[in-house]
Design a protein around this ligand. Sequence first.
Ligand SMILES: [Cu+2]
Length: 68
Amino acid sequence: MEKTMKIEGMRCMGCANAVSKALSDVEGVVKVEVSVTEGKAFVAFDDKKVTWDILKDKVIKAGYKVIS
Ligand SMILES: [Cu+2]
């Protein structure tokens, strides 16, 4: 499954890396592409291993606000 998460609060490449790492570390995540300027994270993941809600929670725990 491929989805794009809308994220608020990313300001720099450090934020992008933090979000990227938070998502990439989850088992079942295949690919992550974060755009700071657009406030988005594209995520490709195996929905049999991980849910979208879990992924959103990881980003929230990393300190960012998930819009959708
Ligand atoms: Cu930052």
